[in-house]
Design a protein around this ligand. Structure first.
Ligand code: AMP
Ligand code: ZN
Length: 471
């Protein structure tokens, strides 16, 4: 039974989708004004693992992630780069898709963009205005927080605490400091759309309410995002959606802890960030995902290159195993032993871990125990039937690859970075064997030494020659 910690109720709850087996999930996506950093990546990767686990459990998941493609930061950047605002957003949307692909994040079903949903957004603001939840001050439309009785429920604070405890922009047009912009009047030179309030653009919060409502209905199962979004962003989404639709908004709220640097949140504004692009140049997607998966998703996690080095070592153990499995399956051996391994026990343990509020750290531990057991059996048995490897691969494909994305059997077919395929190595092994038969030991040694320099270590035994990747 899957349980999820719900930020709204502050408890672990049994997961019961509104309309099983369908699960509708929305995650706040990036504001596309720059390359996203490895802190953002933590939220995107953890949302991906949650989604993949729900699919593993047999749910039919519809996954929506918005792209905020018009906003103050994008406008600022367009001035700095002397580009049109949509040239900026286009550039970073392209970069976003390149980076999430490299991180092996599964694509969302829909990526709605704010600029492509202006009519729906305007419609929702009009409804809020008609119902008395919004007021217009000279072309700026604000949400009237005092009208929404449950404001503060998600963040667990009352209105007075929120006013004193947060840095809220002072604006004389607002009735209450917590009121927030639904529609922003266009200033000179800013992008705008026509509306009944005049030329302007939507506020950030209303985008997510309008787009989640459009694609997932007014009430859906899971809404996710980083911890920083609980207040005010998600609090505001609830206020808007509940007021406009007269029904509850989201059943389970899921929030991801920050990736920190020296215990401080990694963020653009503090300047203490590494872009995902630069980290991906040094580390594999599997290592980055393993690094995230080893921590509980709701807690903080400190970033350092030493920790990523350790994750890379862990990921390469799995990669070595994947290479052996691929090679042995290809041999298709029908003779030899079929060592006993109780895969269903490992599967039960993996499921129990992940069912417990997506305890990926425990899930990872189960995978490494499994890998250790498989390696032991390989070492103990001279010949093993292909069936053994097929069963082992099937389990790892569904869990370590399918849910966590910390092993990749496809990538294991090629040598990291060098683009050499295992077939090529096998070919060199064969040429070396022929050289030895012809007593051309100089050539045989040359092949061995040069391969070693490329990170491929050959091992000779009575059974023939095998190889291992060494970094
Ligand atoms: P943004 O582009 O700033 O709106 O952020 C995109 C996503 O990344 C949101 O879900 C944020 O909550 C999340 N996020 C931002 N900074 C961090 C961080 N340091 N650690 C984890 N998640 C973050
Ligand atoms: Zn959002």
């Amino acid at each position: 039974m899957l349980t999820i910690y719900n930020t709204l109720t502050k408890k672990k709850e049994k997961f019961e989708p509104i309309n099983p087996p369908d699960v509708k999930m929305y995650t706040c996506g990036p504001t596309v004004y720059d390359y996203f950093h490895i802190g953002n990546a933590r939220s995107f990767v953890m949302a991906d693992m949650v989604r993949r686990y729900l699919e593993f459990k047999g749910y039919n998941v519809t996954f929506v992630m918005n792209l905020t493609d018009v906003d103050d930061k994008i406008i600022k950047k367009s001035r700095e780069e002397q580009l049109n605002f949509n040239e900026v957003s286009k550039k970073y949307i392209k970069a976003f898709f390149e980076d999430i692909k490299k991180l092996k994040i599964k694509k969302a079903d829909i990526y709605p963009k704010a600029t492509e949903n202006i009519n729906d957004i305007i419609k929702m603001i009009e409804i809020l205005e008609e119902k008395g939840f919004a007021y217009n001050v000279d072309g700026n439309v604000f949400y009237d927080v005092a009208k929404f009785k449950e404001y503060g429920k998600l963040s667990g604070k009352n209105i007075d605490e929120l006013v004193s405890g947060s840095r809220i922009e002072i604006n004389e047009e607002k009735k209450n400091p917590l009121d927030f912009a639904l529609w922003k009047k266009a200033k000179e030179g800013e992008p705008y759309w026509e509306s009944k309030w005049g030329k302007g653009r939507p506020g950030w919060h209303i985008e997510c309410s309008a787009m989640s409502c459009k694609h997932l209905g007014g009430y859906f199962d899971i809404h996710a995002g980083g911890n920083d979004l609980i207040f005010p962003h998600h609090e505001n989404e609830i206020a808007q959606s509940v007021a406009a639709n007269d029904k509850p908004f989201v059943k389970y709220w899921l929030h991801f802890g920050f990736l920190n640097i020296e215990d401080e949140k990694m963020s653009k504004s503090l300047g203490n960030f590494f872009t995902t692009r630069e980290v991906l140049k040094k580390y594999s997607a599997e290592a980055i995902r393993l690094f995230f998966a080893q921590a509980y998703y709701r807690g903080p996690l400190n970033f350092s290159y030493e920790l990523l080095d350790a994750a890379e070592r862990g990921a390469s153990k799995l990669k070595n195993l994947a290479e052996i499995i691929n090679r042995e399956i290809k041999k298709n051996r029908t003779d030899g032993n079929l060592p006993a391994i109780n895969i269903s026990i490992f599967e039960e343990k993996f499921t129990a871990a992940m069912d417990d509020d997506f305890n990926t750290a425990q899930g990872v531990a189960v995978i490494f125990d499994f890998a250790k057991e498989v390696n032991r059996l390989i070492a103990e048995n001279e010949k093993i039937k292909a069936d053994f490897y097929l069963n082992v691969k099937n389990f790892l494909e569904r869990t370590a690859a399918g849910v966590l994305g910390i092993i990749d059997f496809e990538a294991a077919k090629t040598v990291a970075g060098e683009g050499l395929s295992s077939d090529l190595i096998e070919l060199l092994i064969e040429i070396r064997l022929n050289a030895k038969k012809n007593k051309n030991f100089a050539l045989a040694d040359e092949i061995r030494n040069k391969l070693k320099k490329l990170g491929v270590e050959l091992r000779d035994s009575k059974e023939g020659t095998t190889y291992k990747m060494v970094k």
